[in-house]
Design a protein around this ligand. Structure first.
Ligand code: CP3
Length: 343
């Protein structure tokens, strides 16, 4: 069975001897071969150059052939950039947008969503290269941020701790908030349609900041925009929804049209599996910090998670969030070995 078949079986909640495995942010700073490439080109140059982006995408699969999926090397922030709001990485860590969105006029001045596929055509070129390279053996994942998560960066002007500006906008100027989210939603629909045409087998939507809004407002701030995206895409095209800190909303997420719900490590995945409808897959959810410990601990905790899911269907093995820069190669190897040899 190819990795791609295994992945589709998991998404379709069919019985499997072991779950497929991939790791969020697998092409990160923890790999020396990634750091070597980055010494020669900046992150953004790598993202914008299809041959380089494809090479970085494939690095983890070359080192760990047991991984079942390749995730496009890019960033969620290419969408604000394509709308006219560029970004860079702060020297001290985190993201800085070129400016922050403060007025309705600035939102109206952003480019039309229809311009996005053209501006991000390098992403389609990267996916086409990968499609060819993977030859139908491995799953090819595209991705993007959720409208809400992208709006937090656009309104805060970068990474944030308190998210005060985006919440102020949501509570005091709802029509302006909605105008921004409508625009970002339309841009994401055009972007995902392009990724699908270019050969993505599934798309993961990252609602990394879904958990920072008050529970009763999660629907209006985030989930309804995600649902609108899924409804606009081809019926049955697999969407994986990752959201962090949104455990109370799992049931609503499961009825969003997403085919898999990816959860953070604070959830007990076996309980999530029992709670969600049997035709919706679950993805996750090892604590990424474990990859900074020791191979013994990784083997123990990975086996524990696999054991808790024994006898269930519809599980895609992953971390509960992105891999950290200090992750150890030998811990990643222990994870891959434990999942791929699972009986
Ligand atoms: O697995 C992959 O490499 C896929 C590509 C990918 C990246 N970012 C590459 C990246 C994906 C899927 C993302 C998503 C992303 N980007 C999210 C959602 C997922 C999540 O982590 O919650 C978010 C919030 C971003 C924005 C972003 N990009 C942040 C907050 C950072 C970290 C900045 C810092 O200083 O720590 C990035 C950088 C980034 N994106 C790296 C990679 C490989 C590290 C860049 C580097 O230092 O070389």
């Amino acid at each position: 069975m190819t990795s791609r078949d295994r992945f589709f079986s998991a998404i379709n909640c069919a019985p499997l001897d072991r779950p497929p495995l991939w790791v969020m942010r697998q092409a990160g700073r923890y790999l020396p071969e990634y750091r070597a490439l980055k010494a020669k080109s900046s992150f953004l140059e790598m993202v914008r150059t299809p041959a380089l982006a494809a090479e970085v995408t494939l690095q983890p699969l070359q080192r760990f052939p047991g991984i079942d999926a390749a995730i496009l090397f890019s960033d969620i922030l290419v969408i604000p950039e394509a709308l006219g709001q560029g970004y860079k990485f702060r020297d001290e860590g985190g993201i800085a947008m070129e400016f922050r969105l403060e007025t309705r006029a600035q939102i109206e001045k952003l480019s039309a969503p229809s311009a996005v596929p053209d501006r991000l055509s390098y992403v389609a070129d990267t996916l086409a290269l990968l499609k060819k390279e993977l030859a139908g053996q491995k799953m090819l994942l595209g991705f993007g941020g959720s409208p809400w998560t992208l709006a937090t960066y656009m309104v805060e002007g970068g990474s944030s701790e308190e998210f005060e500006r985006i919440k102020q906008l949501f509570y005091t100027h709802r029509a302006t908030f909605d105008a921004l989210l409508e625009k970002v939603t339309a841009a994401l629909i055009a972007y995902f349609e392009m990724q699908i045409r270019a050969g993505a087998d599934a798309i993961q939507i990252f609602d990394s900041w879904g958990g920072i809004i008050a529970g009763p407002d999660y629907e209006a701030a985030s989930l309804k925009w995600i649902r609108a995206i899924i409804a606009a895409l081809p019926k049955d095209f697999p969407i994986i929804l990752y959201a962090k800190g949104t455990a109370p909303h799992l049931a609503d997420q499961a009825f969003s049209g997403a085919r898999a719900i990816s959860v953070d490590w604070t959830n007990d995945l076996a309980i999530v599996r029992r709670t969600l409808p049997a035709n919706v897959a679950v993805q996750g959810n090892l604590d990424p910090v474990l990859l900074n410990t020791t191979p013994e601990i990784v083997r123990r905790e990975t086996s524990r998670l696999l054991g808790s899911m024994r006898g269930t269907t519809g599980h895609i093995f992953n971390l509960g969030h992105g891999i950290m820069p200090h992750a150890k190669i030998e811990c990643m190897q222990a994870l891959v070995d434990t999942v791929t040899h699972w009986k």
